[in-house]
Design a protein around this ligand. Structure first.
Ligand code: SLL
Length: 162
């Protein structure tokens, strides 16, 4: 196919982690979760404001720490739903996130790296305190823009008719 010359298409998305400490009142530990697990957390890739992204993003592979059972997880796109995984654990680590695009794009998969944050972080004590006040919820999200440079004509149609 031919490419659309001189055109770049941008699609915003967000990825990252949200974690919460287990707490009898605000986040009770579900039965069966090992004693040494201190947090529930999730990792996700999604459109801003949950806008559908599955017309350009087909599947996402999350590679978690090897200590986690079944640590490589492939999530297939479902229209309007975030790509996400819920887990529990005790430690922080780097998550490898691999984005697989729709076949019309002709794009190779792209890899992102994201540090799972369980504990409040920030440049200042104030920033950390804000997280503690927020029910101990630790949010680490990255806003990104996917650039499609000179997309194939068929893919350009898909991108611009959505
Ligand atoms: C650390 N380098 O030592 C890191 C490793 C691994 C975290 C963190 C296990 C969860 C499970 C889990 O939380 N691993 O057993 O399902 O801090």
């Amino acid at each position: 196919g031919k490419r659309v010359k001189g055109v770049q298409v941008f699609r915003p998305f967000v990825y990252g982690t949200t974690a919460r400490p287990f707490d009898e009142k605000t986040n009770p530990k579900p039965p069966g979760v090992p004693d040494d697990h201190t947090h529930s957390w999730m990792v996700f890739v999604k459109g801003i404001d949950d806008v559908d992204v599955t017309y350009w993003l087909r599947r996402v592979q999350f590679k978690l720490h090897e200590s986690i059972p079944n640590h490589v997880r492939m999530i297939e796109g479902e229209k309007g739903k975030p790509f996400q995984i819920h887990e529990t654990g005790w430690g922080e680590f780097e998550i490898t996130i691999k984005l697989y695009y729709v076949p019309e794009s002709g794009e190779k998969p792209q890899t992102l790296y994201h540090h799972l944050r369980l504990h409040p972080y920030g440049r200042t004590e104030e920033e950390k305190e804000t997280m503690r006040l927020n029910g101990g919820e630790v949010i680490s999200w990255v806003y990104e823009e996917q650039i499609f440079n000179e997309p194939y004509e068929a893919f350009y149609d898909v991108l611009t008719s959505g």
